[in-house]
Design a protein around this ligand. Sequence first.
Ligand SMILES: [Zn+2]
Length: 283
Amino acid sequence: MCLFCPAPSVAPSSPWSARRAFLLAAGAAAATPVMAQVDVGSASSLRKLVPAETLEQSAAQQYRQMLEQARAKRALAPDNHPQLQRLHAIAKRLIPYATPWNDRARQWRWEVNLIGSSQINAFCMPGGKIAFYTGILDQLKLTDDETAMVMGHEMAHALREHARERIAKTQGTNLALRLGSQLLGLGDLGQAAAGLGGQLLTLQFSRSDESEADLVGLELAARAGYQPSAAVSLWQKMGNASGSKQGGLAFLSTHPSGPARIRELELNVPKVQGLYEAARRNG
Ligand SMILES: [Zn+2]
């Protein structure tokens, strides 16, 4: 879960250079799309230790359970809910630009649901299972452009397989400890991934995952014809919400909105402005 978006309070001085150094060391492979305007480097090859299919199945199961629980509490928005229809319309515009970032997305069954909750939150689980809480739309009074930035950010976490990477790192460490010096087999991590549904809802991403999701999401939204500057106004609203103590303590204590995040987005807006203008011309 993104928890829009928790991250360790200590951020590396430069998430990009740290990530690159790590990737070079790991001999990473997965490429960014050749046409990408934002610079996020390659996805971590460590994620390949966890079978994507198993993780996606586990996520789908967890998503279903979460929807059932929301339905039981009468907190699941019906199909004709205007805010849900708005989310569906935005997703429809964003999804066509997803596959260049991850070929697996061709076979994903994307879903978008809206849950009645005052929490400021949204997430996209592995395999394209998206949920928004009414709190984020209502309390921040998000425009369509800003909502598209949130959705793009969450989709980017799934497309860049941040959950898979994080699980590979944490479970890999746990299993390695448990197994001592035995060589870690794929079967072990496959088994771990199968039982991870619950963990997907409490997973915390790193600051560099968050930066990556910001930039990939920005580009997805721009290609879909959403105003890039909305990424900046979104995070300004997030910052204001933190200041006015909206959204609950968990959000306040973990929310990484701040000048550095906004500055990075401001620097990247010009890179995707042309994509946005082309999309508006053609759309
Ligand atoms: Zn995030």
